[in-house]
Ligand binder design. Structure first.
Ligand code: TNX
Length: 537
């Protein structure tokens, strides 16, 4: 976002007064926690690590600190440079990346393939005055561990200009592996378009909380956001607007690859979503042959859902799906392709089943695994498919049971309950942005539930993880995204990463409060929930 836009939205916050959730909540915030200690106790981070053993004196970063890597691995070199890039600006230290043997009392990034207990993303951090050693079996584990190093340092480490040290990391050992392999966040770039740089900014925010999956909602009634060479009108026409009638936009293939590569450099897998057969007005407006009456509807800039459908009986529909899936699969190094399938209120049940039976094999033909919103369980999810549950406490028991039955049958579940994880829900009635159809979702509500036991009748091992969707009907700027995601996103990230045994709101809210100066240092606009003992302003 541009500086004038940023200033504009800050002014909006400042002048909105009562009726603005951010401002109204400030007055009610409990007495704040003390200023940051010089050394953050080991493990006082988000997500909380699985195992923490404080011991001995802290490690101190100095102007002489070097980052040692195993020269044989290009991945560890890149992570070393990334770490130097994180710590360099605020410390002012050069932090050269060198061979491990030359790093002495510095930071050591070590890949140890025999450390099988650390799995694909786990790491061990040993901090002592003699050095700081991160060990992982895989590069992804080193990357997650780097986020721990970063959070153990004072929040000023996040600033882009030289700050006062000292830069100490408490002594001891952290051994940490994730609870769930799937820890996602979804960004809706269809209702409002967000540029490559804006998406990268979100990727960086996700990285800090060890999120490993970025689900991009690339098409909806209001816009088609990804170039498909065989169907150029999808973007030139279907991408030309957005909610409210703004200019919209789309990613060229090169831009989309840039997002995917950037995400990969943060060890995040991108899952592209093309929502079908509903949520397709932008496609129907671009290609009249996709409608049953052959008449293209006008572009749509409102916020209703459930009024559009691809024409299920027409062969042209499957030629279209084949073109789109083929091209997007070719752009996707990740395993999954999300086909949506939600709110197909204008598609009959029989047509919905027919459509899913035809489309899922197309996804498989191009080498990808299907992900769908949980309505897909109303048809037959393909073998190996994942479904994303977005129900609420009040969702009818039969619907929950249908999803649970699919899970017992081998379908993996991603949990995104709307009344817990939807980052576009208002926190309270006073929240300026967002929707409220799933109710208000305050910070405690979004954190305080257990994915393993959440859906009655779903086996715990069917739960692949959690994801927090950020729908953007009401969100147009990065400041808007920030204030809805923060501080709920870190809580969902912790549900995905930290062991169930650590789940404790009273402990979490203190660690979350300690993130506030980090949000500020990163330039993140955030909601000062009265449920959290934030530091005094
Ligand atoms: C429901 S959840 C939707 C989206 C909306 C969202 C707004 C789901 C799969 N569909 O189309 O953007 O609510 O909160």
């Amino acid at each position: 976002m541009t500086i004038p836009r940023l200033i504009g939205s800050l002014l909006l916050f400042a002048t909105a007064g009562v009726g603005c959730g951010e401002a109204a909540a400030d007055a009610k915030a409990p007495a704040g926690a003390a200023a940051e200690p010089e050394v953050r106790p080991l493990g006082r981070i988000v997500p909380v690590p699985a195992s923490v053993t404080p011991e001995g004196e802290p490690y101190t970063l100095t102007a002489a600190t070097r980052i040692g890597i195993d020269e044989t691995s290009g991945a560890s070199r890149a992570i070393g440079r990334y770490l130097a890039g994180l710590l360099g600006p605020a410390t002012g230290f050069p932090l050269p990346v060198v061979d491990d043997s030359a790093a002495g009392r510095g930071i050591h990034l070590r890949l140890a393939p025999d450390e099988t207990g650390l799995g694909d993303e786990g790491y061990r951090l040993v901090s002592a005055p003699e050095g700081l050693t991160l060990t992982a079996r895989e590069p992804a584990g080193l990357f997650r561990g780097v986020q721990t190093v970063r959070q153990q340092l004072p929040s000023a480490i996040e600033r882009k200009s030289v700050q006062q040290g000292p830069w100490k990391i408490a002594g001891g050992t952290v051994t940490d592996t994730p609870r769930y392999a799937y820890r996602g966040a979804m960004l809706d770039v269809a209702r409002h378009f967000f540029t490559v740089d804006e998406v990268k900014r979100y990727i960086d925010q996700l990285a800090l909380y060890k999120v490993n999956t970025l689900h991009l909602h690339l098409s909806d009634d209001q816009g088609w956001r990804i170039a498909v060479d065989s169907r150029p009108l999808l973007t030139t026409h279907g991408g030309s607007t957005e909610v409210g009638g703004g200019p919209g936009g789309f990613y060229t293939k090169a831009q989309y690859r840039e997002i995917v590569e950037y995400a990969a450099s943060r060890y995040q897998e991108v899952i592209p979503e093309i929502d079908m057969p509903g949520h397709t007005n932008a496609a129907l407006a671009s290609y009249a042959e996709l409608t049953c009456d052959g008449v293209a509807p006008p572009l749509y800039t409102g916020t209703k859902v459930g009024f559009s459908s691809l024409c299920v009986p027409k062969p042209a529909t499957y030629d279209f799906v084949d073109d789109v899936v083929r091209e997007i699969a070719a752009l996707t190094p990740g395993r999954y392709l999300h086909i949506g399938g939600d709110e197909a209120h204008s598609t009959s049940h029989d047509d919905y089943v027919t459509f899913m039976n035809k489309v899922q094999p197309i996804v498989a033909k191009y080498g990808k695994t299907v992900v769908g919103w949980h309505q897909l369980t109303g048809a037959t999810p393909a073998k190996g498919a994942l479904v994303q549950y977005w129900g609420l406490d009040r969702t009818p028991a039969e619907e929950k049971e249908r999803v649970a039955a699919a899970a017992r049958n081998g379908t993996g579940l991603i949990l995104s309950p709307a009344d817990r994880t939807y980052l576009d829900m208002k926190y309270t009635k006073d929240t300026r942005l967002g929707l409220a159809w799933a109710g208000y979702v305050e910070v405690r509500r979004s954190y305080d539930w257990n994915p393993a036991t959440y859906l009655p009748g779903a086996p715990a091992d069917a739960i692949r993880g959690v994801e927090s969707p950020l729908w953007t009907e009401t969100l147009a700027t990065t400041g808007d995204l920030d204030v809805m995601a923060f501080p709920r996103l870190p809580g969902i990230a912790e549900l995905g990463w930290s062991p169930a045994s650590t789940h404790d709101w009273d402990a979490y809210k203190v660690r979350l409060a300690e993130q506030a100066p980090r949000f500020d240092a990163l330039g993140i606009t955030w909601y000062r929930s009265p449920e959290v003992p934030w530091p005094a302003e």
